[in-house]
Design a protein around this ligand. Structure first.
Ligand SMILES: Cc1cc2nc3c(=O)[nH]c(=O)nc-3n(C[C@H](O)[C@H](O)[C@H](O)COP(=O)(O)OP(=O)(O)OC[C@H]3O[C@@H](n4cnc5c(N)ncnc54)[C@H](O)[C@@H]3O)c2cc1C
Length: 604
């Protein structure tokens, strides 16, 4: 019988990024007992890495902006397979959530008359991203943590949840281990909010940190919840490509928002060569107009560098395939050229993009105020996640909620930059509110100790294979290579079917990985426990991508390069079948209310 500590809460929040912190604050404000768990130290969540800003129609810089334009932009960006209710709530509530963050102490950059400054970003019609230089996520996390300090929230840092516990079809808690000591704990709770972030570590080239191994996706799936839209993986167009040790690290879209341009080896601004029909009317057709847009000229249209991420990534891949790439396999992103237009450009760039300046100076010995960067696509974000109710964020498992990157719906086939941070605030708050409500209205389900014992036994298995087993890193690298090569930016049926075979083989290998040493701070062991989650997420991505026989948003099929309207009427959903296999189905998208349809038509 394994030995573990027990903690009891009304609401347990798993993940302490923006979504988890916001959920915990809201649940605590509702007067219930809240536990908050994170895999690393508090404050180190992915959210802290966010650079460009928070999208919200505050209309501080352009008074033509409002929630309807934001809604229409989000739906167009998502190619209309978004959960329209979530897109509506997000557009309506994001501005209040940003103002609330300000009231809690967030110090945003300012307009000349003292309001929150907003910057341009891809796919947003007007300057919309509230920001703090290019360190917005840091300010957001700092503010939420400061605010949370005064709430009654019990925090468990460096603790990884390995299994959700259910009883009578309802969530009853979770089981996890302390990363420093290796001890197990059971967290009993009436409601659980998953806020575990993304899955980027399933790919070789990624902007995501070590924590993003799809844990929430797999925990929910194993507990019986559905995952939706998993085929939509966002490849951000601008990651670093050189030196190899930093490949994939993000170069914020803010560089392009501030006037940075993409060029190929021939010095051509290739983004002007392919402007999609549905963006033609709102995109500049000459460089002069594009520049004026970045400088706030309201009569100008956005430069094509600020088209949606999926499109910019594919244009870069085209340049690379056709032999017009940079020396290290990327293209050039140049902000230094603005010295021809802006007095004291070097200081201006350092002020607007301080992290980018330091990132390139320190990691690549490149001074971005004087020379171009080399950039290429990097796995950045997953639009897919736990299928939730748009209003409450509850999954199909009673008492299990999800918010932030690990939940699906708001983004559809492609997320617009800046919409994640606002998603965390809007739906983090909602998840906290409704989880607290659920906890108040339901009694605690008893913990099934057999479930907890099994989770602990499974978690300890890698130690039993110490002598015979393969190391977990080999399996992780093999998975990342395979997903990058076979289920990446450009996909075909035959390659993805090969990937499914590959996944079966990797599952078998993952079941037998072995680790040595003891349980205290053992990274090999932690990696072994990440593997099943990465495999669930990868299988869900692959099966969903095979099912979507068209190209839409971030999902591009070379064998089906066009968008098929029939595929715009449903989302693809996976869930665990009774025999343990992954079942794929199509969930029809509910009819959109006429009022929202009208908004979309008017904004086209
Ligand atoms: C470099 C970079 C820049 C970005 N810039 C922007 C931007 O400017 N604007 C924007 O809108 N979006 C941006 N994004 C995307 C955005 O930052 C993320 O989508 C968002 O922060 C995710 O927040 P979250 O709260 O869902 O999860 P995260 O912030 O990813 O937090 C997840 C939490 O879950 C915990 N966790 C995970 N698994 C477990 C487990 N098994 N047990 C316990 N805890 C667990 C982690 O420890 C962590 O605390 C950027 C992303 C990156 C990588």
């Amino acid at each position: 019988m394994p030995d573990y500590q027990t903690h009891t809460y009304d609401v347990l929040v798993i993940g302490a990024g923006g979504a988890g912190l916001r959920a915990a604050i809201e649940a605590s404000a509702a007067g219930v007992r809240v536990g908050l768990i994170c895999k690393s130290l508090l404050g180190k969540a992915h959210t802290v890495m966010a650079e460009g800003g928070i999208a919200a129609a505050l209309a501080n810089v352009d008074d033509r902006d409002n929630w309807m334009v934001h809604f229409a932009d989000t739906m167009r960006g998502g190619q209309y397979v978004n959960n329209w209710r979530m897109a509506e709530l997000h557009a309506k509530e994001a501005a209040d959530r940003v103002r609330e963050l300000e009231a809690w102490g967030a110090l945003f950059d300012r307009t000349k008359d003292g309001r929150i400054l907003q910057r341009n970003f891809g796919g947003h019609r007007y300057p919309r991203l509230a920001h703090v230089g290019d360190r917005t996520g840091l300010e957001m996390i700092r503010t939420l943590q400061d605010h949370g300090t005064y709430m009654d929230i019990e925090v468990h840092m460096e603790c990884t949840i390995v299994s959700l516990l259910t009883s009578g079809g309802q969530v009853a808690g979770a089981c996890g281990y302390e990363r420093d000591r290796g001890r197990f704990s059971v967290y009993q709770a009436k409601a659980v909010v998953l806020a575990t972030g993304g899955v980027g570590r399933a790919y070789k080239i990624t902007s995501n940190s070590w924590e993003y191994t799809g844990d929430g996706h797999a925990l929910a799936y194993d507990a019986g919840a559905e995952l939706m839209d998993m085929e939509f993986v966002q490849f951000h167009p601008t990651g670093m490509v050189w030196p190899p040790s930093v490949r994939g690290i993000l170069v914020t879209e803010g560089v392009r928002g501030e006037g940075g341009v993409l060029t190929n080896s021939q010095g051509r601004r290739f983004m002007f060569d392919d402007i999609p029909a549905n963006y033609r009317a709102s995109t500049a057709d000459n460089e002069e107009e594009g520049w004026r847009y970045t400088q706030g000229d309201k009569s100008a249209r956005r430069p094509p560098e600020l088209l949606t991420r999926d499109h910019v990534s594919r244009c870069i891949v085209r340049e690379l395939k056709e032999g017009r790439g940079s020396p290290h396999g990327g293209v050039f992103l140049d902000i230094s050229w603005i010295k021809a237009r802006v007095p004291d450009a070097a200081e201006h760039i350092k002020k607007k993009l301080p992290s980018m300046y330091h990132q390139f100076k320190q990691l690549a010995d490149i001074d971005i105020t004087a020379e171009a960067m080399e950039v290429g696509p990097t796995t950045h974000y997953i639009m897919g996640g736990v299928r939730v109710d748009g209003d409450t964020q509850m999954s199909s498992v009673p008492g299990l909620f999800a918010a932030g990157e690990c939940a699906a719906g708001i983004n559809g086939a492609n997320r617009l930059g800046g919409n994640s941070l606002s998603d965390l605030l809007v739906f983090g708050k909602r998840a906290g509110e409704f989880a607290a409500k659920f906890a108040r209205e339901h009694h605690q389900e008893p913990i099934d100790t057999a479930q907890a014992d099994q989770a602990v036994r499974r978690a300890l298995e890698p130690f039993e294979h110490e002598a015979s087993g393969e190391g977990p890193y080999q399996v992780q690298y093999a998975l990342q290579d395979m997903m990058q090569d076979l289920v990446g930016i450009v996909r075909t049926e035959s390659e993805m079917v090969r990937a499914l075979d590959g996944l079966e083989a990797l599952k078998a290998r993952a079941n037998h990985v072995g680790v040595g040493g003891h349980r205290e701070y053992n990274p090999g062991w932690h990696t072994a426990l990440d593997l099943p989650n990465l495999l669930v997420a990868s299988e869900a991505i692959t099966r969903s991508a095979i099912e979507r026989k068209e190209s839409r948003g971030a999902h591009f099929r070379e064998d089906y390069p066009e968008k098929d309207p029939a595929f715009g009427t449903f989302n693809i959903v996976v869930r665990k079948a009774a025999d343990g296999s992954m079942a794929v189905s199509r969930a029809p998208i509910p009819e959109m209310p006429a009022e929202l349809k009208r908004i979309i038509e008017e904004m086209k």
